[in-house]
Design a protein around this ligand. Sequence first.
Ligand code: KG4
Ligand code: ZN
Length: 347
Amino acid sequence: MNILGIETSCDETSASVVRNGTRILSNVVATQFEFHERYAGVVPEIASRRHSEVINYVIEEALEEAGTGFEGIDAVAVSSHPGLIGSLLVGLIAAKTIAASLAIPLIGINHIEAHLYSVHFDNDPVYPLIALIISGGHTLLLRSESIGGYEILGSTLDDAAGEAFDKVAKHLGLGYPGGPAIEETAKKGDENAFFFPIVTLAGDKSKNHPDRYNFSYSGLKNAVINQSERFKTPGARSTACDIAASFQKAATDVLLIKAKRAVKDLGIRRVAVAGGVANNSRVRRLFMNETEFESYFPARGLTQDNAAMVAGLAYHKHGLGERSDLDLQPRSRLENIVKGKRNTHGK
Ligand code: KG4
Ligand code: ZN
């Protein structure tokens, strides 16, 4: 079964054909970095305009590369939430048009579930598992019972992890997107030159603290941008490389701390890590070297927003009989599916 996936939730326009959930026949991703670079962040109006300019070409290229054409497609899947409404709409209209004109099923996909699914192309994950979705828009700690099913344990109270990388990179004049730039610059720096705060919000022993699994990146970001000298190790160097390395350490150490906490509390010794920040080599090293759990990462090309993860997940949804109507609407936020704990951060 060949599924055409479409992804336009933020600033990547992507289309992909995936066979039977795991075989990627094509995965075309058009980035918009150059259009958002001068603002050091995604401008929603520019993003949706750009999606509408390139979506047809991206879909055409994906079908051509896959060698299926429209005739060889059995269903069409599209990210319908969460995301920027104007951006999501472009993908939705394209997907609905294709579904209606070819008379094939339409499957609306939760973008977060799709990120989580991205680990399936290169691993054979065992469920249940703990999942960490870390990108420019999301920082989520989840418990996942099965493909496409999850419960939110925690999220960020303010900035997303990738957003903090982007803002610190802007401050250091390293360009956009900031994550790869910080990682590159950090290679030449000393990560112990500055002791920036590792913001855990709640101590390991505080079992019932509402922020036990939540994250906060704004304090760290402000420490780096406005008060870095206060956190300098006496006698250490203080170049942009040292600041980048020390920031990267604090920003990524907390990810492991929170994941380990969930592993221990829930007794689940498997962690899937996905989203743009999962590309970071320090994150990969930290999680791969951990002995208390096994970790699953997507291939590097599948960490960023892409349509292969959408089409792959849709294969399983289709198998479960899930279909969307042609009046499928975009939604900006995630549903609140947390059990018991506070979850008002739909980022
Ligand atoms: O998943 P993604 O492509 O899009 C969103 O859904 O946001 O994630 C993009 C984010 C950006 O903030 C970018 O700076 C960050 O992921 N990122 C990284 C790295 N590569 C991308 N952050 C840290 N290290 C990296 N190597
Ligand atoms: Zn994403």
